[in-house]
Write a protein that binds this ligand. Sequence first.
Ligand code: PMP
Length: 401
Amino acid sequence: MTLTETLRRRLDERRAQNLYRQLKTLDAAPGPRAIVDGRALLTFSSNDYLGLATHPDVIAAQQSGASLGAGTTASHLVNGHLRIHQQLQDTIADVTGREAALVFSSGYMANIGTICALVGRGDNIISDRLNHASLIDGARLSSAASLRFPHNDLDGLERQLERAAQNGGNTLVAVDGVYSMDGDLAPLAQMAELCRKHNAWLMVDEAHGFGTMGGLVGSEQFPLAGSIAAAGLTQDEVPVMMGTLGKAAGNAGAFVAGSRELIDFLVQFARPYIYTTGMPPAVAAGCLVAIDVMQREPERRVRLGRNIEFFRARAAGLELPLAQSASAIQPLLLGCEKKVVTVAAELQERGFLVGAIRPPTVPAGTARLRITLSANHSEAQIEQLLVALAESLRTFPAVTS
Ligand code: PMP
């Protein structure tokens, strides 16, 4: 079979399974309204949790940051590390309560680079079954023995820690702080305790926690430091913190924060850091101001918190299939792929963008609508979405017959 024939057959299989992904081309920024095919749609599918992607100060900083050069022209170690990158790293270290930080061009690269630098052949990497793809791919690429435990199951984690001890070598436990498709939190305090007991290193991916969780008990000192701070944990207990700048910071890129030795080590050994062009200086400039806004406008986190509560209370009233999530990610578990695709398409017709999440992103039989809330949504907009959702779900059988 030719390459084209082979690919066509595989694509046809995807379509038949309702798993084919259709790219949407947006004509405008990801604010609460996106323009798709000339129509303004209310977005409930972006990770711009604090509305910073369209913040005028961030955009102005990014524009003037371009005067440092459109690109860095080389990898960080060769010629691509500017003072603005260093400033961003120092700021991230400050706001996360850590000694140092290292900026990567994306969260995907940060996770792969960090895991592969920290563990290899003869070591162990233990992961939650629902970890983000980038943590899973890092575990696969690392050559360490890969052990997994059921989602958020502390007994399962302890069993794998015991197995890892029998295998010998170093052990890294990698989990999401806030699960990207479920919105629930990892029980980090208990996990940190188990890691201490079994001499393992804990790595937490704060892609969805960074900047979104202030106001929770424990996070007063470092309100941007996500679920780690909310659990009252420090650098000693969670030595490897990863966060992204493409979500609450509304921009692009990612960081790892920890001890000076950790960061120095990653500069030497994290290949996706070493062998790639440095983050454009304008992005670093925009991220710096985004973090500044996160600090000086705590009301954005408060508004996000209120929107989450409002959404959950109204959705419960409408008997929608809510998940156990206190975060900005509010999935509605529908199970069936066809239902998810049909309802998401109908919502788009009604003027709303929501994510239709299917396998392999989530386990088979757990397809869902992924609704994400932002500080920029008004209660009226959330109410409109919920009414449209309830109606689309009610009419679903009719839609498919
Ligand atoms: N980790 C998690 C939990 C994520 O949700 C994502 C992004 N979807 C990433 C890592 C990757 O981050 P980035 O988009 O910066 O590559």
